[in-house]
Design a protein around this ligand. Structure first.
Ligand SMILES: NC(=O)c1ccc[n+]([C@@H]2O[C@H](COP(=O)([O-])OP(=O)(O)OC[C@H]3O[C@@H](n4cnc5c(N)ncnc54)[C@H](OP(=O)(O)O)[C@@H]3O)[C@@H](O)[C@H]2O)c1
Length: 300
């Protein structure tokens, strides 16, 4: 199949491009940096000014849309919040609008979304039927997914993959945490009782392939392992695998002071998300256990 991937320069997108090529697919990407667009494997777009090279969609069988301004890059000023929303919602609308005007639209469009849509739910187990939260990430998720689900389902199958924390040593949260944990200065954030919904990058790529290949998978899909753990377990397990102590605790007030609303919504939020749809449709995780996942990720 010919697959168009947005966010192909990012953590998930760059690994996904290689994964899909190994499976025999043709992969083309959309990038904002014009100088990277070679007009054969990479095409230019600028979602905020509604520009999309029309050639990019030619003969495409499926779209995987991962692009979006990084959620955890800094404190959420009003300007950043606008960018977080617009980079996701307007880019999805742009792609969906172009698809709708095609005689032969792609068979599927898979969008990134996030389990942040559920908000902070304490110990409550949440699955794809749980309603979204009313906070910023909840409403961002609703607008992002709605822009996708507005597509005609009879022409294009749509899936919103609600990612948890994607674990990789090449980027994202784990790469950022590793230096301090390796120095024995790893810390438990907040009370440590907040649930962390996690998944390895390898299982993320396999879950995306699963959604592409299974015509019965549609709508929102939680992309997390069935074994979320509390942050204190997450941090202590990482310390144990690295053979380093984890004795520090950063109180919630300090997290809020340093990171503001972003810290409260991402680092202190508790989400015990369950991958009901993936399991119901026969997906098997390579890394369902956190200790084994860390051992595998850190063995190189
Ligand atoms: N990684 C995780 O743990 C995680 C968890 C939950 C949800 N997600 C979601 O999954 C998606 C992919 O995650 P990732 O970790 O691979 O992200 P990433 O490494 O931050 O990459 C995101 C990509 O989006 C594009 N981008 C950045 N800012 C943009 C903007 N203002 N407008 C349009 N495009 C922009 C960039 O592509 P170009 O610069 O080439 O255009 C970049 O390659 C994101 O939407 C993210 O929110 C990720």
């Amino acid at each position: 199949m010919k697959i168009l991937v947005t966010g192909i320069t990012g953590l998930i997108g760059s690994a996904l491009g290689e994964h899909l090529k190994k499976k025999g697919h043709d992969v083309v990407g959309l990038v904002r940096n014009k100088s990277r667009a070679d007009q054969s494997t990479c095409f230019h777009w600028d979602p905020l000014s509604e520009f999309l090279d029309p050639e990019a969609l030619s003969q495409v069988d499926g779209i995987i849309h991962l692009a979006g301004e990084n959620i955890a890059k800094g404190r959420w000023t009003q300007h950043r919040k606008d960018l977080l929303v617009r980079s996701r919602v307007e880019s999805t609308r742009l792609l969906a609008g172009r698809i709708q005007s095609m005689d032969h639209p792609p068979k599927f469009m898979i969008n990134a979304s996030a389990v942040g849509i559920y908000g902070s739910c304490g110990d409550q187990v949440v699955d794809e039927k749980t309603p979204p939260a009313k906070d910023f990430l909840g409403q961002l998720g609703v607008a992002w997914e709605q822009a996708l689900f507005d597509l005609d389902p009879k022409k294009t199958r749509t899936i919103a993959l609600r990612f948890g924390l994607v674990l990789s040593t090449h980027g994202g949260a784990l790469k950022a945490m590793l230096p301090s944990f390796k120095w024995g200065a790893g810390a438990v954030l907040g009370s440590g009782r907040q649930f962390v919904p996690w998944i390895t990058l390898d299982d993320t790529l396999r879950a995306i392939s699963h959604c592409m290949d299974r015509p019965d998978v549609k709508g929102p899909v939680n992309c997390v392992t069935p074994a979320p753990v509390q942050f204190q377990t997450f941090a202590k397990t990482l310390g144990r695998v690295l053979r380093r102590p984890v004795w520090m605790r950063i109180p919630p007030i300090l997290v809020r002071t340093i990171f503001g609303e972003m810290g409260t919504a991402t680092l202190l939020s508790s989400c015990r998300a369950h991958p009901k749809k993936l399991l119901d449709t026969g997906f098997e995780f390579h890394h369902p256990d956190l200790t084994e996942a860390f051992q595998d990720l850190l063995k190189h």
